[in-house]
Design a protein around this ligand. Sequence first.
Ligand SMILES: NC(=O)c1ccc[n+]([C@@H]2O[C@H](COP(=O)([O-])OP(=O)(O)OC[C@H]3O[C@@H](n4cnc5c(N)ncnc54)[C@H](O)[C@@H]3O)[C@@H](O)[C@H]2O)c1
Length: 249
Amino acid sequence: MFELEDKVALVTGAGQNVGAGIARLLAEQGAAVAVNDIRPERAADTVAAIEAAGGRAVAIGFDVTDHQAVAAGVAEVEGTLGPVDVLVNNAGNGGAEGMRPTQFRESDPASWRGPIDVNLYGVLNCSHAVINGMCERGWGRIITIASGAGLVGLNIGVSPYAAGKGGAIGFMRHLAIENARYGVTANTLAIGLMTNEDQSVTEALARQIPTKRTGVPEDIGYACVYLASPEAEWVTGQTIQINGGSVTT
Ligand SMILES: NC(=O)c1ccc[n+]([C@@H]2O[C@H](COP(=O)([O-])OP(=O)(O)OC[C@H]3O[C@@H](n4cnc5c(N)ncnc54)[C@H](O)[C@@H]3O)[C@@H](O)[C@H]2O)c1
């Protein structure tokens, strides 16, 4: 079940944490995985971990916010591994990087573009680079990693990040509707708070989560394995929350 043996997957921002976990689990199910990160040394680490476990992976270092670089990167991946069957849009601001505690009314307009570029334009750029090929071949899976902050008001200081994630959620719903007839599904995982390197922060916040723990990459990676699989062909246009029970809409 959930065999990905003959599939090629591209996971963005997969040099560490959530993206690295997703890439590892897709590889475990048999997919050949293109590991993207803007920091090539991080992508190389993930590739090494996948290869050490007997999987197949290549590193590809492009910036998801740069449309031309994405197109060139996808062409390189397709030249090496073959056409991309599964795209996971994971690159984004995670943890503290995305959570600068500046309220919108005090914010510098120059700070808005970054989170919207990576969390929304990154998703558009990468989806655009793979969608035509998927439609022509009659099979494809696009999965975007968003956040509960794109669905409900969560905390102070993250409004441009929430705008990016909320925009991506709306985009994915319509990508799904446009491409369902070609055998391409598009789904979003709105994920909750992940385990942070700073254990004291993680433990304090975990107490507010119904399951009493923060997320780990496997919590997200197994959902990606399912959504990427042939068995999930009738699941499209959905925003699935994975958050230990924290956010409900
Ligand atoms: N960590 C959390 O608590 C949390 C909560 C909700 C949603 N998310 C979302 O989950 C995803 C993964 O989060 P994470 O905690 O693993 O993030 P992270 O910051 O630990 O890792 C993200 C990776 O993406 C790479 N990256 C950043 N910008 C990029 C770009 N422009 N092009 C290519 N690669 C780029 C980084 O180098 C990094 O390796 C993100 O989309 C994040 O917004 C995270």
